[in-house]
Structures are given as structure tokens and as C-alpha cells.
Design a protein. Structure first.
Length: 387
């Protein structure tokens, strides 16, 4: 329960367009009772319903991969904000974006640069837990541990973290230049030239060092991290799959989610194997990848896009879901909404949420459409209004 958890036993929302998992109710109503959806109906609502004035009701969004907490904790280089204040501000932005279940992406594994977020990994995780236990937060926060496989300390840090804290998703990342997201080393250099003061000679040396770490550490660390996740029954996500060999490894790992595949071939292979394919919602809204890889809309046209993530812009999740049917007529609004609700929940093995159906959690978002832009008006989390 969130900071506004003193909810009435029953709330009725009427005169609304309702997006179900497989169809649209043009004018209907929802009854929320004791934190669950009790009933969904069509036509006139029961007496006492709140008038939604024709706005759209969708399930609360499920966000599997957002590193936006970093922007609140470290808003400027060399600046660290108060941890609890950062978490509360981040949570408010998440809720206002219509997200009722968020997997906070916490990076584990240090590279050669000073990394304030990684250095404060455990204290930030504990701050989120403290805030949730104290009912200071509006939505449910779960932990997504992003493991940089080729970092020397990643296995030790991940092992210590899981021994003391709950983890709900683990992704295996490898940002070595020359493979996966940065298969084109020039793109890696372009990306890091804008983020560092290193000279060209220093950048080239950094590339060589990262490639050497990959050769030395990747096989052993990858195996140990998979074993660690399996021992705790934590769902596994692959990251930036590029080749069929990458996908075959993900299948062997038992991955349930493929985060941001960089090629059509990798996405198609993951989708065919039953691994849900996730792409960034900013990729949809902007019309392409900021790092020059495959566009999410291309995967949507191929029928291999299953889940969207807001990644670095929380508000992009809702925008992308409403934009996709306009951009690609073969995709219906219920299909697009499933990408940010039901499909995402299933990839994380959460089967109590993600659609507007009797018996599931009463996580509901009221959306007003202003021209082509969806605007969040109200959010209910387990039947309690939080926005």
C-alpha cells in the first residue's frame, strides 16, 4: 500500500472507455473492492459510480527496466542528493506516469570509472525498502539487479546483495566494445566521447582493457550469475542480444525476457523461443534507437515485440503504447497496452496484475487523450488513489 492507502472498501468507476486484454469496452464501468477488481461491466454503471467523463481506463503499468532513480540520486556530475528524498521524488514521477509496479534497476559491477550509483548500491536498496515499509511510496517497488558480467567485482557483489535482500529480476549485461549493443566500435567511441574527458589514445586503451576483461571474465562470471539467479528462483533477462548464438545462450540460461535485442534476427529467435522481447518506449516515440540499433517499430511490424520499457523517460511508456496503433495499423490498442501491462507482468512471473479482470489487483489508470498525447489523470494502486 502507498502513502494514500486509506481507501474505501469499494470504489466504482463509470462512464469510461475500458481497455481489456483482448478488446475495448466503449462505455463501461469497474468495481474495485478491498484492493481487487470485483467486476467489470458494459453500459450504465451501478449507483454511486465516479464519472470518468469518457476517459480511458487501463491497467496500472508494469515497468521492468528503468534506471531513472539515478537521475534523482546523482542529478549532476559529482553531486549526490539525499537518498530518501531522491527515492520519494522518483516514486512520485513513476506514479504520475501511470506505473503501479516498478522494477528499480540497480547496477552491480564496477568498471574503471568512479560510479556514485554503483558505490551506493546497497544503501539505496535499503532506502527504497525503508521507504516502502514506512508507507512513504505510492506504488510497489521491486528490485531488478543489472549485472555487468565483465566487471571484476560483479559476482561477489551480487552474491552479497542476494544473501541480504530480495531480488525480483536479474539481467546479464555486457557492454564490451565490439559486441552486442556496441558491435560497431565506432558507435561505442561516439557514445563515450560525449561522456568522458579521455583523449583518443586513452579511449583506445580503455577499449583494449574492456575487451581483455571480456576474454578473461565473461564465461566464468556468466555461469556463476546464472547459477546464483537459479538458486534464488529469480527470473533472468538477457541484454542486447545480437546474434543467434546470443539467443541460444539465453535459452540455455532459462531467460524469460530479452532486453533490447539489437537485431531483427535476435528478436525473432527470442520471440520464437517463448522469451518475451522488450524494447525501449523512447525508441518508439523517437522513431529509432539512439545508439543506431534496430528500431522497436520494425520489431512491432514483424510481430516480435512483446514488452516496452520506459528505460530513461518514465512518461514514454504510456506515449509509446498509444502511438504504436497509430503508427502500425495492424497493432490494436489492447495489444499495445498489453506490452506495458500484462506481457511485462508475465515476463517477471507476476500473475496477479496486468489486466482489468475480476480477481486481479485493482491497479487502474485513468487516461485522458489530449490530441494524440495520453495524459494521466488518476492512478489507483490496489484500489487506493495515489495520484
Amino acid at each position: 500500500m502507498g502513502i494514500m492507502s486509506d481507501h474505501p472498501t469499494e470504489t466504482i468507476l463509470g462512464n469510461a472507455e475500458i481497455i481489456l486484454a483482448d478488446r475495448v469496452i466503449e462505455r463501461g464501468w469497474i468495481v474495485m473492492s478491498d484492493g481487487l477488481i470485483a467486476e467489470v461491466g458494459e453500459g450504465d454503471a451501478p449507483r454511486g459510480a465516479l464519472d470518468m467523463a469518457g476517459d480511458t481506463l487501463i491497467p496500472g503499468l508494469v515497468e521492468l527496466h528503468t534506471d531513472h532513480l539515478e537521475a534523482h540520486f546523482s542529478p549532476r556530475p559529482k553531486v549526490q542528493w539525499h537518498p530518501l528524498s531522491s527515492v520519494i521524488a522518483y516514486d512520485a514521477q513513476i506514479a504520475a506516469s501511470g506505473i503501479t509496479t516498478v522494477f528499480d534497476s540497480l547496477r552491480v559491477g564496477q568498471d574503471s570509472r568512479k560510479d556514485a550509483f554503483n558505490d551506493n548500491l546497497e544503501s539505496l536498496a535499503d532506502t527504497i525498502h525503508e521507504a516502502q515499509q514506512s508507507k512513504l511510496l505510492r506504488v510497489e517497488h521491486l528490485t531488478h539487479l543489472r549485472c555487468e558480467v565483465c566487471s571484476p567485482d560483479v559476482v561477489d557483489k551480487a552474491t552479497r546483495f542476494l544473501a541480504q535482500r530480495a531480488v525480483h529480476l536479474m539481467s546479464l549485461m555486457d557492454h564490451t566494445p565490439g559486441i552486442r549493443q556496441f558491435r560497431d566500435i565506432e558507435k561505442w567511441l561516439d557514445y563515450y566521447r560525449g561522456k568522458t574527458t579521455m583523449t583518443e589514445a586513452q579511449l583506445q586503451k580503455f577499449v583494449e582493457e574492456r575487451q581483455a576483461l571480456n576474454r578473461e571474465l565473461e564465461p566464468l562470471h556468466h555461469r556463476k550469475l546464472v547459477e546464483l539467479a537459479r538458486s534464488r528462483n529469480v527470473p533472468i533477462a538477457s541484454h542486447d542480444d545480437t546474434t543467434i548464438a546470443n539467443v541460444e545462450e539465453s535459452i540455455s540460461d532459462g531467460a524469460t525476457l530479452a532486453e533490447f535485442p539489437t537485431t531483427i534476427e535476435a528478436a525473432a529467435a527470442s520471440h520464437a523461443a517463448g522469451i518475451k522481447v522488450m524494447m525501449g518506449a523512447p525508441n518508439v516515440v523517437r522513431g529509432g534507437s539512439h545508439s543506431g540499433n534496430v528500431a522497436a517499430s520494425d520489431l512491432a511490424r514483424e510481430g516480435t515485440l512483446d514488452v516496452l520499457s520506459s528505460d530513461y523517460v518514465p512518461g514514454s511508456l504510456l506515449m509509446a503504447a498509444f502511438q504504436l496503433p497509430a503508427d502500425i495499423p495492424s497493432i490494436t490498442l489492447p495489444q499495445a497496452v498489453r506490452m506495458i501491462t500484462k506481457n511485462a507482468a508475465e515476463a517477471a512471473k507476476l500473475h496477479d496484475r496486468g489486466e482489468l479482470r475480476a480477481g486481479l489487483r485493482a491497479d487502474v489508470v485513468r487516461v485522458h487523450r489530449h490530441d494524440s498525447i495520453p495524459v494521466v489523470r488518476t492512478v489507483w494502486h490496489q484500489g487506493a488513489r495515489v495520484v
